[in-house]
Write a protein that binds this ligand. Structure first.
Ligand code: ATP
Ligand code: MG
Ligand code: FE
Length: 343
């Protein structure tokens, strides 16, 4: 089955074509980051308009890459939420129009299920069951995964997501969006141990996260350095290091607990923050201590992309699901509401 995947939940237009027999055949992405940079955040209306302009050329590009024509497409998968309502509406309308005109089925995909299944596109995909750490711009969740659509939420953030904390801390350090990769780069020159940031909510049992306090801690540290006339490039790098270390260590502690609680021997990380090198290294050693194996997507599939939507949609289509109801994007959509797919 040849499935086109359409991702438009936020500020990235992703299109891909996945074949259940041959794997990923083509993939393209347009990022709107530069467009939103002047406004200090994503402007929803601009995002929607830009998705409209990008979808047709991206689809043409991907079909060309795959040496396919529209007539070869068997089905179309699109992100149906969670995300920005207008942006979601553009992708959903485009996908359902394709479905209608080509007379092929369409399926609405949960964006976080897409992230969660992205490691399945790699050469050594994880088998079920596993513990998943979803760490992105909008989510920080630990999930007990027993199959596609069989998700039990183990822990969530009570405030900011890890990626959001990276982005906000970066802003305080004078770095552009997205802040995660920029903090990671700056931290390479940081001095380990000069600053020690707190590891929020690790002093009590449970798998919940909180990253809002780390922001305040970062701001206070920067202001104190400023007052001592010590806000040099080196100091900023040292703060970046301490911030990253605190986020990574906090995530690692909870991942270890989740492995112990579930007794699963596989740990999957997905979402933008899973591209973080320090996090991958730290979790590799945590997994080893629990006799478990760590899985993650290639960096390009950690952040938003069409390939993960094509893959996730394909699995549900193969199980006989398809979207027949009127188009209805879901800006909020709990992952636990998804139905299990028999495999
Ligand atoms: P969601 O998937 O929850 O709706 P999103 O789609 O905006 O949110 P993603 O595209 O998965 O999130 O990831 C973007 C986030 O990942 C940003 O917050 C960014 O700073 C962060 N990120 C990307 N690369 C890295 C990295 N190397 N280290 C840390 N954070 C990173
Ligand atoms: Mg994004
Ligand atoms: Fe995402």
């Amino acid at each position: 089955m040849i499935v086109v995947g359409i991702e438009t939940s936020c500020d990235e237009t992703g299109v891909a074509v996945y074949d259940s027999n041959r794997g990923l055949l083509g993939e393209a992405l347009f990022s709107q980051v530069a467009m939103h940079a002047d406004y200090g955040g994503v402007v929803p209306e601009l995002a929607s308009r830009d998705h409209i302009q990008r979808l047709v050329p991206l689809l043409d590009q991907v079909l060309e890459q795959a040496s396919l024509t529209k007539q070869d497409i068997d089905a179309v998968a699109y992100t149906n939420g969670p995300g920005l309502i207008g942006a979601l509406m553009v992708g959903a309308t485009f996908a359902r129009s394709l479905s209608y005109t080509l007379n092929i089925p369409a399926i609405g995909v949960h964006h976080m299920e897409g992230h969660l299944l992205a490691p399945m596109l790699e050469e050594q995909p994880p088998a079920f069951p596993f513990v998943a750490l979803l760490v992105s711009g909008g989510h920080t969740q630990l999930v007990d995964v027993n199959g596609i659509g069989q998700y039990e939420l183990l822990g969530d953030s009570v405030d900011d997501a890890a990626g959001e904390a990276f982005d906000k801390a970066a802003k305080m350090m004078g770095l552009d969006y997205p802040g995660g990769p920029r903090i990671a780069k700056l931290a390479e020159d940081g001095t380990p141990g000069r600053y020690k940031f707190p590891r929020p909510m690790t002093d009590r049992p449970g798998l919940a996260f909180s990253f809002s306090g780390l922001k305040t801690y970062t701001l206070n540290t920067i202001q104190a350095a400023k007052q001592n006339s010590d806000l040099s490039q080196q100091t900023l790098a040292d703060i970046a290091y301490a911030f990253q270390e605190a986020v990574v260590e906090t995530l690692a502690i909870k991942c270890r607990r989740a492995l112990q609680a579930t007794q699963h021997k596989r740990l999957v990380i997905a979402g933008g923050v899973s591209a973080n090198k320090m996090l991958r290294d730290r979790l590799t050693s945590i997994a080893a201590k629990e006799s478990a194996t760590l899985f993650y997507p290639r960096p390009a599939f950690c952040t938003d992309n069409g390939a993960m939507i094509a893959y996730a949609g394909c699995q549900r289509l193969l199980a006989g699901e398809q979207e027949v109801d009127p188009i209805q994007p879901k800006p909020r959509w709990p992952m636990e509401a998804l139905t299990a797919v028999e495999t």
